[in-house]
Design a protein around this ligand. Structure first.
Ligand SMILES: [Zn+2]
Length: 570
């Protein structure tokens, strides 16, 4: 999502309790309705504002009910996208099928869950919600942990390219690791450490749990602090209580912990104090090179009961085979899912998701059409994947990356569109997480010819790069870029752009009012799409293999993959 729409659409951000409430039932396939007709609109081969608007109008109409996975809105959405891909002349991209089924596990921890922590003989009981949150992503209805030793592991980071390992010299198998949120550079504000205030991959809580699982821990607890998390405890509480979504463990290359959660800063202070440890001093120590993990003289016990439900949704995959290198592909992604309908809310309770992400889906359809009419045709294949369950944790893209239809070492690069700006022509483009990969060099050329400058998103401390579908590919090693609209409007400049973004965030983002409006000015969208198309056109016409920039955490996986080795994702 573009910088000006800062709070990304992804529920994993956790601000978005609304996203977690969407009903998702097994998608009905036998009774799928015919694709909704857009027969009155004459689509042009070129990327046009009228065509784009037509797609958005249909996808964000009330008839699509906010495109909730597992609802009738899913059937309408995927059938529409499939019908448009067919009309454009794409082929079914998933080994002859238009759809890729994405399995999902919904896990709800019991409300009365407690953490029992014994600190040097003194018992502590932490309650779900007020003191801590905890859950499992194993799909197990019952998880039991008894007397697991607590170890403070600083920021819980093992970053070979940064020469940093909080797990050095300690075996945490079967233990419970306790760690700080964000990364070692954040709290001290040292720009030479992990990019200072800018959030790196190692600052994400998802990374921390996965790393703990790779090290064999039984459980991991993150100590909350508001600046480090960029949200307060209520956000953690709201997003971690109630249903949690994930791929089935067997379909996910990432390892899973038996239990993972957060504790409040206040509870941490009490526990550390009783263990004779100074949390503030340890926080400082954890930002120093050579930090050593500290055993806490404390033990955790947990009996965790969860309700487990298995469901599914669908990615839509369209392929334009390359003329000379059909085995290699450039991939475009845009999530079709949104937050559905919330029947318990009075008034308009359809979350139409026109910008988020009707705009991105419409964008890749327009780009697909431009490719389909391109002369000479693209030499490499171009794959268009409209993924599901982004709002539930990037699950559709994660599943695709684990089950790619064109192997990842034959995937040249990924371009993602998520929420475009509809406020007119800009002088710039936003590259979320700028400074990541050589895809940006290609974009820079393309944008330069269009007279557009590139810049990073406005709030890199929020970790926007890790919050839409391109990230699923990045994690698997494939260079992936999220192109967003600029914020320097030709009419009104940056002040007007920022004001428009703020207005969207405050009034429409993840609300029923994210609706199509005939007042939209699509001149900026057309620039964004031309640029996004231009990058893919370059890549599909050439033989280049852009890589991550040196020092990027995903470069090692790409290097290994291209050398023909088997890659495990980070
Ligand atoms: Zn989105």
């Amino acid at each position: 999502m573009s910088a000006r729409y800062l709070p990304f659409c992804l529920a994993a951000l956790a601000v978005l309790a609304a996203c977690q409430r969407q009903p998702a039932t097994p998608a009905a396939t036998a009774t799928a309705p015919p694709a909704p007709a857009a027969a009155t609109h004459a689509f042009q081969p070129a990327i046009t504002g009228d065509d784009f608007a037509e797609h958005v109008k249909v996808l964000s109409s009330d008839a699509f009910e906010g495109r909730g996975p597992g609802t009738p809105g899913e059937d309408k959405s995927v059938e529409y996208i499939k019908a448009q891909m067919q009309r454009i002349g794409l082929e079914p991209g998933n080994h002859g099928q238009w759809f890729q089924t994405v399995p999902m596990v919904e896990t709800t921890a019991s409300d009365d869950t407690e953490l029992h922590i014994d600190v040097a003989g003194k018992p502590h009981v932490l309650k779900l919600g007020d003191d801590m949150v905890v859950g499992t992503r194993t799909g197990q209805p019952h998880v039991s942990i008894k007397d697991s030793d607590l170890v403070f592991v600083g920021y819980g980071v093992d970053a070979p390219e940064q020469h940093w390992n909080d797990y050095a010299g300690i075996d945490v198998k079967g233990k419970t690791v306790v760690m700080l949120v964000n990364d070692p550079g954040f709290h001290v504000g040292d720009d030479t450490l992990f990019e200072g205030k800018r959030m790196t991959y190692y600052g994400r809580w998802t990374y921390k749990y996965e790393e703990a699982a790779r090290k064999g821990a039984a459980a991991a607890l993150i100590i909350h602090d508001t600046p480090g998390a960029s949200y307060d405890w209520n956000v953690v509480r709201n997003s971690w209580t109630g249903a949690q979504y994930d791929l089935p463990a067997a379909d996910d290359p990432d390892p899973r912990l038996p239990a993972q959660g957060w504790i409040t800063g206040d509870q941490a202070r009490i526990l550390f104090g009783d263990a004779g440890l100074d949390l503030d001093a340890l926080r400082k120590a954890a930002s120093q090179r050579g930090f050593k993990a500290v055993p806490m003289k404390a033990k955790l016990s947990l009996e965790l009961d969860s309700t487990i439900a298995r469901k599914q949704s669908r990615n839509v995959v369209g392929l334009l085979p390359g003329s000379t290198h059909p085995d290699e592909a450039v991939v475009y992604t845009a999530h079709w899912d949104h937050l559905g309908r919330h029947p318990d809310e009075p008034g308009d309770n359809i979350y139409n998701g026109a910008v988020d992400n009707g705009s991105g889906v419409s964008g890749i359809l327009e780009i697909a059409e431009a490719f389909a009419h391109q002369q000479p045709p693209p030499q490499r294949s171009v794959l268009f994947v409209s993924v599901t369950l982004e709002e539930s944790g990037l699950l559709g893209s994660k599943y695709y990356a684990a089950h790619p239809v064109i192997p990842l070492d034959k995937t040249v690069g990924v371009i993602n569109l998520d929420a475009l700006g509809v406020y007119g022509k800009t002088r710039d483009l936003t590259v979320v997480g700028m400074g990541s990969s050589q895809l940006e060099d290609v974009l820079k050329d393309v944008a330069g010819k269009m007279g557009l400058t590139l810049h990073a998103e406005a709030h890199p401390e929020a970790g926007g790069y890790f919050r839409s579908d391109h990230f699923s590919f990045a994690k698997a090693g494939v260079p992936a870029m999220d192109i967003g609209s600029g914020d320097d409007l030709v009419v009104g400049g940056k002040a007007a752009g920022d004001a428009a973004g703020k207005d969207y965030n405050e009034h429409r983002y993840h609300r029923p009012d994210d609706e199509y409006s005939p007042d939209w000015n699509l001149d900026g969208v057309l620039e964004d799409l031309d640029a996004a198309y231009g990058v893919g056109r370059e890549l599909a016409a050439g033989e280049q293999w852009p890589n991550w920039y040196p020092g990027n955490p995903f470069k090692a996986a790409r290097d290994k993959m291209m050398a023909g080795a088997t890659v495990t994702t980070r």
